[in-house]
Design a protein around this ligand. Structure first.
Ligand code: PLP
Length: 462
């Protein structure tokens, strides 16, 4: 425990402002306001440095799937650190936690997968994906297959390749992105891009954008398509039912690898072990992180189908890896996390009973005057705030109302994220029905307060 354990909120905020640069943050604005300091957590709850309690509707950053404070994971990491805190897996060496975790991942992933390449995060996983699929095509004699097609508004991480794969315009605007040979097609966001069509027609049209782009680029140059089964950071965008089968057909027809970015959707989030199970996607590679260790320690990986693994083996050395690939303590924590999920049937009970209850309570918001669309699957949910319910017209200045609503949530003891004007939920999978009731009571109060602010012109759109 550091020496600041008993420091006041003001002391912590001052020191934070002086020395700490935060991710995705306007530093000047944050420092003027002061950061919220989170000090401890248990189950689905967080406490800040003023001892205010919050229900964590976001499972940290979509990752604490088994909830906070699970002793089994702490013990596993501690014991591993006592025995072997670090060793690498580069020079023909390995160690038990990485070996066992790799085997366990093969057990829970769909049947075409039996190998994993470890890294430290979701971003590193997607950087690995870029190098791996290009190396694969080169190894099997098609070195011109380099182009990777992704979607607008996708999120695949913050490293150079991860952010290039992602389709977030503000990210591309900084640091000279995207890197070459990355293409983006439209997102399958019916409410924003297809409101005048049936969801089924729109889903087909959004998927066929892939075929059009493959033909424009030339199939002999396209290496892979990457997509999150449900776009998370883009706003919990659940694609229409017609979308993934059509994407699958197109990838097969043009011999394009299909990469499912399971960083959010993996490890139970959509009600099954993987988003690929929920949407019946037969992927060639999976990017994993977050729920792999429930966020207790940083670890990610790329799970590789047997077909891709065989191609890679034919290519000799793969000149890629990280000091912390398969880090022993992180691997031990991830293994304990998966064992916990299996032993307590956390994914199955989330899928069978908790997720349906969560979706039922979420759906009640469809009647709310400020909500234009409710989206969700498993333990993912989004409430789209709109000024004019019958039309899908968004607020003239996006993100303002969402921020107001998020602030109300915080005041009401709920962590809910705003993606522009969509309010996002992704609670721990172990949330109980009564905690779900508490979550939605707080969400309703916050949305009612936001509506009241809007109707009484208390929201500053300038
Ligand atoms: C789908 C997806 N891929 C990749 C990433 C990047 O993961 P990380 O932040 O661990 O680098 C994220 C993070 O939110 C994500 O949501």
């Amino acid at each position: 425990m550091g020496s600041l354990h008993n420091a006041s909120t003001e002391q912590l905020q001052a020191l934070d402002a002086q020395h700490h640069l935060h991710p995705f943050t306007d530093t000047r604005a944050l420092n003027a306001k002061g950061t919220k300091v989170i000090k401890r957590a248990e189950g689905v709850y967080l406490w800040d440095s003023d001892d205010q309690k919050f229900l964590d509707g976001m499972a940290g950053l979509w990752c604490v799937n088994v909830g906070y404070g699970r002793r089994e994971i702490l013990d596993a990491a501690y014991q591993q650190m006592e025995q072997l805190p670090y060793y690498n897996s580069f020079f023909q060496t390995s160690h038990p936690p990485a070996i066992e975790l790799a085997a366990r991942i093969a057990e829970v992933t769909p049947p075409q997968f039996s190998r994993v390449f470890f890294c430290g995060s979701g971003s590193e996983a997607n950087d690995t994906v870029v190098r791996m699929v290009r190396h694969y095509w080169s190894a099997v004699g098609q070195p011109d297959k380099k182009v990777i097609i992704s979607r607008e508004n996708a999120y695949h991480g913050s490293t150079m390749a991860g952010a290039s794969l992602g389709g977030m315009k503000p990210m591309h605007a900084q640091g000279g992105l995207p890197i070459p040979d990355i293409e983006h097609i439209m997102q399958p966001h019916w409410f924003i891009n297809g409101f005048d069509e049936t969801p089924e027609d729109f889903g087909l049209r959004a998927a066929q954008a892939l075929e059009e782009r493959i033909l424009a680029v030339g199939p002999e140059r396209v290496a892979a398509f990457i997509g999150e089964p449900v776009q998370g950071a883009g706003g919990v965008i659940v694609p229409p039912d017609t979308y993934w089968p059509e994407i699958q057909r197109i990838c097969k027809a043009y011999d394009i690898l299909l990469v499912a970015d399971e960083v959010i959707c993996g490890f139970g989030r959509t009600g099954n072990w993987f988003g690929s199970n929920t949407f019946d996607i037969e992927a060639d590679l999976l990017a994993i992180a977050k729920g792999l260790s429930s966020g207790y320690l940083p670890i990610g990986g790329v799970v590789v189908s047997d077909k891709v693994a065989e191609g890679l083996e034919a290519g000799g050395d793969f000149n890629h890896g990280y000091t912390y690939s398969g880090h022993p303590a992180c691997a031990a924590a991830a293994l304990a996390n998966i064992e916990l999920m299996q032993r307590e049937r956390i994914v199955e009970s989330a899928g069978d009973s908790i997720a349906p209850y969560f979706q039922k309570r979420l759906a009640e918001f469809a009647e709310h005057p400020l909500i234009g669309q409710v989206r969700g699957v498993g333990l993912l949910g989004a409430l789209q705030l709109v000024p004019d319910k019958p039309s899908n017209t968004p607020f003239a200045k996006g993100g303002v109302v969402g921020t107001v609503c998020r602030e109300h949530c915080i005041r009401n003891g709920l962590v809910m994220r705003a993606v522009d004007d969509a309010m996002i939920l992704s609670p721990p999978l172990v949330i109980s029905e009564s905690e779900i009731d508490e979550l939605f009571d707080k969400a309703r109060r916050s949305i009612d307060q936001t509506l009241d602010d809007y109707r009484n012109s208390r929201i500053d759109f300038s």
